[in-house]
Each structure stands twice: as structure tokens, then as C-alpha cells.
Design a protein around this ligand. Structure first.
Ligand code: B1M
Length: 214
């Protein structure tokens, strides 16, 4: 098996040591770092996303695969010139104010990174004001809001309202167990992601819309 396929297999098995060894071997064979990222690490994570969506693998496997991906990324990232990195855009991610749940958000963040986005993860319990400040600081294309409590969904609405002055530059997507497409429409979010795989699909759609309009 070619070394890039071996890395992909190791990643899907969550074998971080296998991924590291494969990446070292690929570099020794003279394969470009950007090719290793796109054709083995991101490609492997895409398959993981598809399997997760189809309920063929579950949260622990996704987290372990993501950890293996990061083990590989840690080796190749320093070797890349900034311009070589597949850069689909910057996404600001956070769990909204009053909400401490972060397992789903972290999964979404890892999948977005795996898909080639730069993710700025603000963490949990993020106030609308902090989101606004972070939009000014990081100048993202997308803002991603997570909420797990029905009581904190209202903070999503407030955050969307506070981000109104920036809507020409950013698109907002939301998700989390109690969140629905209907709620996204109600508060004026641009999209709703049902799960981590779907969040990547929605991010890709929103980025395409932004590119079209700018
Ligand atoms: Co909490 N909790 N919890 N909890 N907790 C729930 C959410 C709850 C449904 C449990 C229940 O009562 N059955 C309930 C909410 C009820 C409601 O509002 N309707 C609840 C409650 C009430 C609470 C507390 C209030 C309990 C208390 O103290 N009395 C408290 C609140 C704390 C706070 O946030 N202020 C609390 C605390 C906690 C723990 C700290 C113990 C822990 C969180 C640990 C952590 O996150 N670090 C916890 C946990 C683990 C849960 C459950 C059991 C599991 C959540 C989880 O991680 N699921 C949960 C019950 C349940 O869901 N079965 C529950 C796995 C994760 C992969 O799924 O987060 O849904 P999920 O993410 C998915 C999708 O939703 C989506 O993609 C992910 C991957 O598919 N997604 C997005 C998420 N964000 C997205 C963003 C996107 C797109 C997709 O775009 C931006």
C-alpha cells in the first residue's frame, strides 16, 4: 500500500503512532507536506466524518481519529510555508453564554480543521460581547455557535443580534442537540448544522456563498 493510504488507514483506526510513522516515511520519500495533509490526513478525516454521520462509528472513535490526525499535523505543519496550507477560511467557534457543554463543539471544531479551515475556538460560556470582540480581532469568514441547553438557546439569538453590524463580512451557523433549522430561521442564522459532518457541509456552502458575493 502506498504510504499516503497507510497514513489514511492509521488515522481511521485512531493509530496516532502509525500516523506519525507514516508521515515521517512520506517525508523521507520526498512527498510534499501539503500533499500529505490533503491526501492522507484531511482525506482520512473526511471518511471519518462520513462514517460518523452514518452512525457506523461513534464519538470516541471520532475523537481518537482526530487525535491521530493532530499527531500527523504536528509533524508537517512547521514544514509548510503559510501559503501552502489548504486555507478555506477562518471560523470562530464557541459555546454560547451560560452553557458549559463542549464535547460536541470540540468535535465540530476538529472536523472543520480536518476539512481545511482555521478554527479559532473561543471555548465555552462565551458572551455575545466576546464573540463581537473576537470577530474584530480574528476577522473570520464564519462564526459557529453551539448550545446544548434549551435555556441557553436564547443566548444564540442575542449573539446573532449583536453580530448584525458584521453580517456583510460573516456568515453565522449554529448547532447543538436542542437546535433546529426552524430555530435557525427564527433567529436569522445563515445555517444549521445537525452534526459535526453536517457542520462541515454547511461551512462549505456558506463559504461558497461568501466567495460568490465578494
Ligand atoms: Co448536560 N445536559 N447539563 N452536562 N448533558 C444535557 C444537554 C441534557 C439534555 C441532559 C438531560 O437532562 N437529559 C440536559 C439539557 C436539557 C435541556 O436543556 N433540554 C442537560 C442539563 C440539564 C445540564 C445541567 C443543567 C445539569 C445540572 O447541573 N443540573 C448542567 C448545565 C451546565 C451548563 O452548561 N451551564 C449540565 C452539565 C453537564 C456536564 C458538565 C456534566 C456534562 C458536560 C461536559 C462537557 O461538555 N465537557 C454534561 C453532559 C455530558 C451532557 C449530556 C449527557 C451529553 C452531551 C454530549 O456531550 N453529547 C447531555 C445529554 C445528551 O445529550 N444525551 C446533557 C455528545 C456530543 C457529541 O453531542 O453535544 O449534541 P452534542 O453535539 C453534537 C450535535 O449536537 C452537533 O454536533 C455534535 C456531534 O454530532 N453540534 C453542532 C453541537 N454543536 C454544534 C455546532 C454546530 C453544528 C453542530 O455548528 C456551529
Amino acid at each position: 500500500m502506498a504510504v499516503l493510504d497507510e497514513i489514511k488507514e492509521s488515522l481511521m483506526e485512531g493509530d496516532a503512532e502509525g500516523v506519525k510513522a507514516g508521515v515521517q516515511q512520506a517525508l523521507a520519500e520526498g512527498i510534499a507536506a501539503v500533499k500529505i495533509i490533503n491526501e492522507s490526513l484531511i482525506a482520512g478525516m473526511q471518511v471519518v466524518g462520513v462514517l460518523f454521520k452514518a452512525n457506523e462509528i461513534y464519538v470516541p472513535e471520532v475523537l481518537i481519529a482526530a487525535r491521530a490526525m493532530h499527531a500527523g499535523l504536528d509533524i508537517v505543519k512547521p514544514l509548510l510555508a503559510e501559503s501552502d496550507v489548504q486555507d478555506k477560511g477562518t471560523i470562530l467557534l464557541g459555546t454560547v453564554k451560560g452553557d458549559l457543554h463542549d464535547i460536541g463543539k470540540n468535535l465540530v471544531g476538529m472536523m472543520l480543521e480536518g476539512a481545511g479551515y482555521k478554527v479559532v475556538d473561543l471555548g465555552v460560556d462565551i458572551s455575545p460581547d466576546k464573540f463581537v470582540k473576537a470577530v474584530e480581532e480574528y476577522k473570520p469568514q464564519l462564526v459557529a455557535l453551539s448550545a446544548l441547553l434549551t435555556t441557553t438557546m436564547v443566548a444564540m439569538k442575542t449573539t446573532v443580534e449583536m453580530l448584525e453590524p458584521y453580517r456583510g463580512q460573516i456568515k453565522i451557523f449554529i448547532g447543538g442537540a436542542p437546535v433546529t433549522q426552524e430555530f435557525a430561521d427564527e433567529i436569522g442564522a445563515d445555517a444549521f448544522g445537525a452534526d459535526a459532518g453536517n457542520a462541515v457541509e454547511k461551512a462549505n456552502e456558506l463559504i461558497a456563498k461568501l466567495t460568490l458575493h465578494n
